[in-house]
Design a protein around this ligand. Sequence first.
Ligand code: IPM
Ligand code: MG
Length: 379
Amino acid sequence: MTYSIALVPGDGIGPEVIKPATEVLDAVGDASGHVFNYVELEAGGCAIDSTGEPLPKETLEAAKQCDALLLGAVGGPQWETLPGHLRPERALLGLRAGLGVFANLRPAKLPPQLRSACPLKDDVLISSDSEGKPGFDLLIVRELTGGLYFGERGRSADGKAAFDTERYAWDEIERVLRAGYEAAMGRRKKLCIVDKANVLESSRLWREVAAVASKEYPDVETSFLYVDNAAMQLIRAPGQFDVIATSNLFGDILSDEASALAGSIGMLPSASIGSPRDSLAKDFRPMGMYEPIHGSAPDIAGKNIANPLGAILSAAMMLRYSFGLETEARAIEDAVSAALDAGLRTLDIAGKGRATARETIAGTREMGEAVITLLENKI
Ligand code: IPM
Ligand code: MG
């Protein structure tokens, strides 16, 4: 098959991590016979510099024509003083809303090879769900196109008061909960809905929707946690979680917390999925946008030290969710794991930032090349 991929490298380390990700995809293409065509598009700070706006209309329109979108990162200090609607981050929000990708899947698991990069002690990491071994493997399903990020906001006439609104409609909650349940069905069949239902009316609506949606998934155990408690439970016993479903803002916060437990934010991929474009078509695929969860890290840009694994693993998620290429996705994940087994470490995941005896420090490019070499015979 031939697939068209919108590429938005973005700013800072974005282009540096997207390059190895596309090279890995090309290697997968060579081995499997699939063809990946890239349509490179501008969004974020670089688009502000060249067009005056973070998300030029042409970028969104062109992205909609592609089968999926792979994004590096956007933002940087030079654009931080611009007004809110002109900041590079608007490009992300505009792409998410414009492509309708309402369910953001953020897996966080601690690779055994990176045990020392996790700040938690062994006895905290061992829970009844991690089979006696220190570790955790959870998936945050974050609502991505509603809530506080997109609700009405404004200022009073004198500018001395401001408001943002958390608004959720039944359907918006239902579709993201369904994404959470579907994910749980393919995993350990536990869904924890995180909210603030002791205070917020919108959270109480989430619980009402959950009461109905959960009936469709009798095999999944549904539980509820208030977000403050969830933040605590994540560092007290992360192994208790399988899938967490939550609102846009809570998911943003909890996924950063989870990433710190997983060794490095540089390792974590994400997938943002929308509705199938045409559910009647035989080979329909949901529209998907894929990005590592790290930012543009301008302080390390251009030095060949950024970790490309989050971007490479995002490409794997794209193969799985948008193209249905499970074998190929798994091959990339196995090759990444093999690179870690071989002791290769970018600086962020090296023991205390220095290579210990069994580790070799790898640059961005070298890590990408190692993954490609290790892909051999996996497809
Ligand atoms: C993320 C980021 C974005 C968000 C920012 C850059 C707008 O933190 O993807 O988690 O808050 O969604
Ligand atoms: Mg965030």
